[in-house]
Design a protein around this ligand. Structure first.
Ligand code: IPE
Ligand code: IPE
Ligand code: MG
Length: 240
């Protein structure tokens, strides 16, 4: 770990390739999801160690409800079990957990677990771990648009008050800074409805490896790649 390395404040990861990882080993897709939990532990450790303050993990997209019922059910169960088992350890590491996404379609048990993990870890101040679960960026933008339109209709704000800041603060991510680095594993190079507004100026990194193979070393490698990127935000950098 190099001392002077520029560390991204917020890393967001699309954890992809669990199913392929399992199939390549003659296993059920579910076993890939299960193996992926170990990668989550690793990147959380890596983020804490490296001083990353925000880590967002895309765990379940709204579109993922369209998968076979058995797989969806297995993912929900895995979520509940992981939350049950990891809450204490996360709290000890100083990790605060936030769940990002619509609180619809979930069973009572899942809703309870969401509540539980957010409460157990509320005091964490070293890292905020955001789990995108039933998240869809387009849906988020629709909801924000509706909320803003309602405020205009109620006379609370005028159309001219709508600016980038208001849109940002009307999103589900209002309290979360924009990601600096977006990683998607498994070699797929797309966003799949993830943080479309927020990732406008993020750096992207698409390692080939499947999510269950992504460990702390792979996370370190991503940080290394990031620190060599030149972020210009549309400007010309000082050439001196
Ligand atoms: C990502 O792995 C996990 C979820 C979407 C829940 P996949 O299940 O998409 O794995 P592949 O892409 O089919 O290999
Ligand atoms: C995106 O992966 C969602 C998550 C990783 C949770 P998918 O595997 O669902 O995305 P597509 O279908 O390949 O675009
Ligand atoms: Mg996938």
């Amino acid at each position: 770990m190099s001392e002077k390395r520029v560390v991204p404040k917020h890393v967001a990861i699309i954890m992809d390739g669990n199913g392929r990882w399992a199939k390549q080993r003659g296993k059920e897709r579910y076993e890939g999801h299960l193996a992926g939990v170990e990668s989550v532990r690793s990147v959380v450790r890596g983020a804490v160690r490296n001083g990353v303050k925000w880590l967002t993990l895309y765990a379940f997209s709204t579109e993922n409800w369209g998968r076979p019922t058995a797989e969806v059910e297995a993912i929900m169960q895995l979520f509940c079990r992981t939350v049950m088992n990891e809450g204490e350890s996360l709290a000890k590491q100083g990790v605060r957990v936030l769940i990002l996404g619509e609180r619809t379609r979930f069973s009572e048990e899942v809703l309870e677990m969401i509540d539980r993990i957010e409460t157990t870890t509320a005091e964490g101040s070293r890292l905020t771990l955001v789990l995108a679960f039933n998240y869809s960026s387009r849906r988020e933008l629709v909801l924000a648009t509706q909320a803003i339109a309602r405020r205009v209709a109620d006379g609370e704000i005028s159309v001219d008050d709508i600016d980038e800041e208001l849109v940002s603060s009307s999103l589900m991510t209002a309290s979360i800074p924009d990601p600096d680095l977006v990683i998607r594993t498994s070699g797929e190079c797309r966003l799949s409805n993830f943080l479309l507004w927020q990732a406008s100026y993020a750096e992207f990194y698409f390692p080939e490896i499947m999510w269950p193979d992504f460990d702390e070393g792979a996370f370190e490698e991503a940080l290394e790649v990031y620190c060599h990127r030149e972020r210009r935000f549309g400007k010309v950098l000082d050439e001196s």
